[in-house]
Ligand binder design. Structure first.
Ligand SMILES: [Zn+2]
Length: 430
């Protein structure tokens, strides 16, 4: 009996010792409070395991804590990208990407992109469309610590109507894929769409993504035309809601944007041709705008070389300029903005290049940072877990040299990355 008590005591002591060595103290020279916009000087962030347990200027650092000295840096919460396609990026051969690759290729290389994204300072992403549930496998492998990458919320299959942006167009009708029909994400009519939503959720979707309008990087004709009826969009959003999932809509066109908002989506992706009525509707419904306003530059300069058909590049030329102008109108009108870059359309790890454009087109640097922290966390339903450096949240923390509130492009050179209490990058070490 005595031996038993002794063993219990001993085990207890070991546990305490283990717990104490997990304590980390970050010395932050400057810390951006993304909620208030204040820059706090000489803060200490105490982390126990993966959780922020205290922040303040005059905290006592526990004796056995690991000290991370970021006293010459500016510290921020980890960035969040609400629109990525982290499992792929263009290889340089348009037709090979479509016809010679399989989801197995994506599954093999995705870990390269997740690591790059994390090392760029993006500690969480909402991944909005991937083939054959590769995104679910990637998310799970990251959560299990098997590969390195951001926290992920994944949409799995992009849901689109027959002939839409989500379908494969412009090729022979005799061409078909050898996999279950539902794995294409193509569905029409209320019943099929409800079933598609259930199918996506059954195999791991955290969020539902559908194509409300036509798109740019596919070979269907129009960019903006609606590709579902109002009834169909309502059914998708309603079915997702039953299963506790939010919905986001790929929508460039003026009318499709309004239809998606009325259906109740949490966010409009792209939003290129939004008009004043659409802006008003977004404000009324509290819908987030997730507009990828950097990648236009990359597509126009690189996609010709990557073998994309000229008609796709022409569509981009039309959309890109208007998208930026309309983003500015929406931002200035007070529409809620969440950061989403469409990384995967351009190289992963370049996500932060978009901050410059967000500031150029209507946001203050603080608002741009908020769009990628506190706003993004809200859209992802992770507001209690990430998005700010606050007591009780996960220790997802980054640092840069200089002040991103003066020059937001500094965020393209993140020097320190911690996710879940683990340091993945520290180029500030002397
Ligand atoms: Zn996208």
């Amino acid at each position: 009996m005595k031996l038993k008590i002794f063993t219990v005591l001993l085990l207890g002591m070991i546990n305490v010792t283990l717990a104490q060595t997990k304590v980390k103290a970050i010395k932050a020279g400057r810390l951006i409070d993304v909620v208030s916009g204040e820059v706090l000087k000489n803060q200490i962030i105490l982390i126990d395991s993966n959780i922020i347990v205290n922040i303040g200027a005059n905290l006592t650092i526990p004796k056995n804590a690991e000290i991370i000295d970021l006293s010459n840096a500016t510290v921020l919460p980890g960035l969040i990208d609400c629109h990525t396609h982290i499992t792929t990026q263009p290889s340089g051969d348009y037709y090979a990407d479509i016809f010679r690759k399989t989801p197995m290729d994506y599954a093999v290389t995705a870990h390269i992109f997740t690591k790059r994204t994390l090392e760029a300072g993006f500690t969480a992403c909402r991944d909005v469309g991937a083939a054959a549930f590769v995104d679910v496998a990637v998310r799970n492998a990251i959560n299990n610590g098997e590969i390195v990458g951001p926290r992920l919320k994944v949409a799995t299959l992009f849901i689109g109507s027959t002939g839409s942006h989500g379908d494969l167009n412009g090729f022979s009708p005799f061409l078909s894929w050898q996999f279950p029909k539902q794995m294409s994400g193509v569905a029409d009519g209320v019943d099929e769409l409800r079933k598609q939503v259930r199918y996506n959720i059954k195999y791991g979707a955290d969020v539902i993504k559908f194509g409300a309008s036509a798109g740019v990087l596919s070979e269907e004709e129009s960019v903006g035309a609606p590709q579902f009826t109002q009834e169909e969009m309502n059914a998708i959003v309603d079915e997702a809601k039953i299963w506790g999932r939010k919905t986001c809509a790929h929508a460039h066109g003026t009318q499709a944007i309004k239809m998606a908002i009325k259906a109740g989506v949490a966010s409009v992706e792209h939003g290129s041709f939004i008009d004043e009525e659409g802006i008003e509707l977004m404000k009324q419904h509290g819908t987030y705008l997730v507009a990828d306003i950097y990648n236009d530059d990359y597509i126009l300069s690189e996609y010709g070389k990557l073998g994309y058909p000229q008609k796709i590049i022409e569509k981009e030329r039309l959309v890109g300029r208007l998208q930026r102008e309309n983003f500015e109108k929406a931002a200035k009108a007070g529409v809620k903005i969440a950061f989403g870059s469409d990384a995967g359309v351009y190289p992963h790890g370049w996500n932060a290049k978009q901050f410059f454009y967000m500031v150029k087109f209507g946001l203050s640097p603080l608002q741009a940072i908020q769009s990628a922290t506190i706003n993004a966390a809200d859209l992802l339903d992770w507001k209690d877990k990430i998005g700010s450096i606050s007591k009780g949240k996960f220790a997802d923390i980054i640092a840069v040299e200089g002040n991103p509130l003066e020059n937001v492009s500094i965020l393209e050179k993140v020097k320190f990355v911690m996710k879940d209490g683990i340091t993945y990058k520290n180029e500030l070490k002397k």
